[in-house]
Design a protein around this ligand. Structure first.
Ligand code: GAL
Length: 658
């Protein structure tokens, strides 16, 4: 039986005496680890003095790992430039919105726009790629580490100012065209030349949203260019190796689809318990999933990065136990680490790699658990890895990776647009996308999260397009082509690409040709206020965001809010649908169930803790809750390969569809 899935670990050999390295490598092999990521923060050890390289230790550890049959993911060290480099060119530091440079003494202290820093990165990456590119054990590379972490995509530096002006000149060709696009007559903001344009920080009150959106686009493009520079060098000297970057979950400051285009596979860093505080506001839900993480939020990212990597993706960092960086850091339920790994594999991950091998007794992350304790003895997650390794070889997934029938279109520009102009403080584009995603999951539907462009939405039975900022004719045409059922709204199509209200009012002419509606007013309501849909006893409501629509005669209105506004409507054929507010979980479920039904997508109401993922002939079932759950109905008539009809807390069942 061939298992293409693998386990990995993040290792910092430079933190431990060399005499320990052979023992570490042996223990890794014994646990069943295949990939070891090293090097991504080691610049000061690789080049202690400018131009003086010390690569011997790296060569030595690579050879030791190779000797145990392990493969290496070599990280480029560009997230941690050494002090001597910063002192040589202090203007490489990122500058905060307050205009202050952010200092040395942690990590990610660089500005993506700084051309001389890019040249330094190219230099160190070339040295590493030339030296280790052909090593048989170095089968994968990671560029940098978590682009944007610690809020570092937007930098208000001198380098960014110069780069932005040039980028604008290329885009608009003349200051007049820019003035028109941005609407600069408003408040006398007109420019006579590109050199007059400043960065959109430190203004008296809010800067022009079009100005801010372009700065965000520019900044995202710098991350793409920064990454591409490294990829090109690695590809040249290490042909055939897998090039990855480890993205951060729930993070939208740059376009992950755009960066991924240059990579061979995407990866992300999964910290289910660490993210709970950030992803979940409901106190009951927080309480229930305190020690396992939200049942939908790991899978949301798995489904997103599968699409970023065009089917090839990893979890580069998996939480092993309590972490150190969340507001509170509870320990996982027994079995949680196993469930997280299996869920990633169910969604098609090639590798799940743990962060980190051994808990560090020094530095910022002393309180972050690892597979080994600080004294080098085995910790709980080491045992989990060993168990997983045995289990993986027993399940053949070679026929997996089939595509879902439902797609959720996700768009980074929309996330920028709506954070620039939320209109209601609690409105979040990512939050809205998650409401729809959760409803699909609660109905047992497997989803692909795809970019909002014409090539990626074809062939699905149902496509959800919540909050997409600009709705172009091309995109609408692709959406309608195969008779897909489409759900738009709220906020979909409510701006042009220049951040202006469409002349025909939202949702803009392309959508209006298919569904004759106009958004005449927007009402944002502070939580916990809400507006019932139907009568007050229905349990369905809009909160945070709702719209008042007018509709043509051939529009079918199926639900109204308690105060009489249109809540949900569709065209005569029923394939173009619009939801006019942010639904609560119950109303999202009802709406999506109805559309799945129309699109011929089977649904089933799952127990609150149970989630499933279908992948080829295999169905994976997970219990994210603290109590056993009866799943007999879900496995009835199927060949059960793992687990049982009563699924234990954190339990995993796998069955083959007959
Ligand atoms: C990630 C980061 C790692 C480490 C880890 C701790 O965000 O990539 O270097 O800091 O968090 O959980």
């Amino acid at each position: 039986m061939t298992a293409k899935r693998a386990l990995g670990v993040c290792y910092y050999p430079e933190h431990w005496p060399q005499s320990r390295w052979p023992e570490d490598a042996r223990m890794m092999r014994q646990a069943g680890i295949r990939f070891v990521r090293i090097g991504e923060f080691a610049w000061s050890m690789l080049e202690p003095e400018p131009g003086q390289y010390d690569l011997d230790w790296l060569q030595q550890i690579i050879d030791i790992l190779h000797g145990e049959g392990l493969e290496i993911v070599l990280g480029t060290p560009t997230a941690t430039p050494p002090k001597w480099l910063v002192d040589r060119m202090p203007d490489m530091l990122p500058v905060g919105e307050d205009g202050q440079p952010r200092g040395f003494g942690s990590r990610r202290h660089y500005c993506f726009s700084h051309q001389a820093y890019r040249a330094e990165c190219a230099r160190i990456v070339t040295v590493l790629a030339k030296k280790f590119g052909a090593h048989p054990a170095v089968t994968a590379w990671q560029t940098d580490n978590e682009y944007g972490c610690h809020d570092t995509v937007l930098s208000y530096s001198g380098a960014a100012l110069l780069g932005f002006r040039e980028w604008l000149a290329q885009k608009y060709q003349s200051p007049q065209a820019l003035n028109r696009a941005w609407g600069n007559r408003f408040w006398s903001m007109e420019y006579r030349s590109f050199d007059e344009i400043e960065l959109p920080n430190a203004t008296v009150t809010e800067a022009n949203p079009a100005h801010r959106l372009d700065f965000q686009r520019y900044s995202s493009d710098q991350v793409v260019a920064f990454n591409r520079l490294q990829v090109d060098i690695i590809r040249k000297h290490a042909p055939g190796r897998t090039i990855l970057h480890n993205f951060m979950g729930s993070f939208t400051a740059f376009d992950h689809f755009a960066v991924s285009k240059d990579l061979d596979a995407a990866s992300w860093d999964s910290y289910p318990i660490g993210f709970l505080d950030r992803d979940v506001t409901d106190p009951e839900r927080r309480h229930r999933y305190l020690r396992v993480g939200d049942p939908d939020m790991q899978a949301f990212h798995h489904d997103l990065y599968r699409s970023c990597g065009r089917g090839r993706w990893w979890v580069m960092e998996q939480q092993p136990g309590p972490v150190n960086w969340a507001p509170h850091n509870p320990s996982p339920l027994p079995g949680a680490q196993r469930l997280w790994a299996w869920e990633a594999f169910a969604c098609g991950a090639e590798t799940v790699s743990y962060f980190r091998w051994r808990q560090a007794p020094f530095g910022q992350e002393q309180m972050h658990e690892a597979l080994l304790l600080p004294d080098g003895s085995i910790n709980e997650a080491y045992e989990t890895v060993r168990t997983l390794n045995e289990e993986l070889s027993g399940i053949d997934d070679s026929a997996g990776s089939s595509r879902a029938t439902v797609a959720l279109a996700f768009d980074y520009e929309s996330a920028w647009a709506w954070s620039i102009q939320p209109q209601g403080q609690s409105f979040s584009y990512l939050g809205l996308a998650k409401i729809y995603y959760r409803a699909l999951r609660a109905l047992g539907v497997t989803v692909d999260i795809v970019p909002a462009d014409p090539e990626h939405v074809k062939g699905y039975a149902l496509v959800l397009v919540p909050g997409l900022f600009e709705m172009t004719e091309d995109f609408c045409r692709a959406l309608g082509q195969d008779g897909q059922v489409v759900l738009a709204g709220p906020r979909t199509g409510s701006r042009t690409g220049d951040f202006a209200i469409p002349q025909t009012l939202p949702p803009g002419p392309a959508l209006q040709q298919r569904l004759d509606i106009k958004v005449r007013r927007v009402d944002t309501i502070p939580p916990p206020e809400f507006e019932p849909v139907g009568d007050a006893a229905s349990g369905f409501f809009f909160s945070t965001w709702r719209e008042f629509l007018s509709a043509g005669d051939d529009v079918v209105v199926t639900e109204r809010t308690a105060d009489g506004a249109i809540a949900f409507c569709h065209n005569q054929a029923g394939n173009w649908n619009y939801l006019a507010g942010q639904p609560n979980a119950a109303y999202a479920l009802k709406t999506i169930e109805r559309l799945c039904d129309r699109a011929g997508v089977p649904t089933t109401h799952l127990h609150q803790d149970i989630r499933i993922h279908d992948n080829g002939p295999l169905r994976y079932i997970f219990n994210h809750g603290p109590e056993p759950v009866d799943i007999a109905q879900l496995v009835a008539g199927k060949d059960v390969l793992m687990g049982s009809a009563i699924l234990s807390p954190c339990g995993v069942a796998i069955c083959r569809q007959q």
